[in-house]
Design a protein around this ligand. Structure first.
Ligand SMILES: [Zn+2]
Ligand SMILES: [Zn+2]
Length: 280
């Protein structure tokens, strides 16, 4: 499984000289499975450039797994090349809702007045499905989606392909559930991340910032490291960087995260645009 980060910023795009090192685009991660299947995690502004790359390939089927529908995770769709070319088939998966289908909810953004063209006008074949409650197969991988602690219905994903595991939990506040008991299985998202080779996890706030943002749905870097420790992941990648965080400030937080992990865990990564990790 080959993983490539196209956007690692949280909440709002943050381009500019202070963020050029790790990038200003919001959440989007490309996963190429062992059998060649293309899977995309979230459709933040990072998906625009990925789309341009995909247009150079033969048309085919793409799977887009949405964690939730906050704007920073869907804002790139209007500029995702394959959606606007006939011949592509896009299968979207996302969190269930009791009030509206996934297509209707995505259309709220991809329609006037927020966007000039409606989703129904897109030439590509777009199919929308609620992520199944039970693990399901996409290509050579088994995918598992579970609700995690955030603001509004939000999924995390676990992708297992040829014995290797990627966990993707970009918006997550496990601290709110970690006090339920000593049993790690009660911690939000734990089953998704347990024993993963790589965990891309919300690392939005400094410890000081978190004190004023309890319940906003995100983690401090210390909470991200604690979660990675509890889940026994091999490597943590700090993800969903606060839009106010400069490259230099991110690197200052890195040491704090590295010191909080167990000795048998790999040194953490700071997710940046262009980062590639191959598992297996
Ligand atoms: Zn987000
Ligand atoms: Zn969110």
């Amino acid at each position: 499984m080959k993983i490539r980060v196209w956007g690692a910023r949280g909440s709002l795009s943050a381009p500019g000289p202070a963020t050029v090192g790790y990038g200003g685009n919001t959440s989007c991660v490309e996963v190429e499975l062992a059998d060649g299947t293309s899977l995309i995690l979230d459709a933040g502004s990072g998906i625009r450039e990925l789309g341009q790359r995909l247009l150079g390939r033969e048309q085919g089927e793409l799977h887009i797994c949405l964690t939730h529908l906050h704007v920073d995770h869907v804002e790139g769709l209007g500029f995702f090349g394959p959606l606007w070319r006939a011949g592509w088939k896009l299968r979207f998966w996302g969190p269930p809702s009791t009030t509206a289908t996934l297509r209707e909810r995505v259309s709220r953004y991809l329609s006037p007045p927020l966007f000039p063209i409606g989703l129904s006008e897109a030439p590509a074949e777009a199919v929308f499905e609620d992520a199944p409650r039970e693990p399901w197969r996409i290509g050579s991988a088994v995918i598992e989606a579970q609700m995690v602690e955030h603001r509004g219905p939000t999924l995390g994903y676990r992708i297992e392909d040829e014995g290797r595991v990627l966990a993707y939990v970009p918006d997550h506040e496990p601290y709110l559930t970690a006090a339920l008991g000593d049993e790690p299985k009660w911690i939000s998202g734990w089953a998704l991340a347990a024993g993963a080779d790589l965990l891309l996890h919300d690392s939005q706030y400094t410890d000081e910032e978190y004190l004023g943002r309890l319940g906003w749905g995100h983690s401090s870097v210390t909470h991200a490291a604690n979660f990675a420790r509890a889940a026994g992941v091999r490597q943590l990648a700090m993800f969903h960087h606060d839009p106010m965080r400069s490259d230099r400030e991110l690197e200052e937080l890195y040491d704090q995260v590295a010191d909080s992990l167990r000795r048998d865990q790999e040194p953490p990564l700071i997710a940046r645009e262009g980062l590639e990790v191959i598992l297996g």
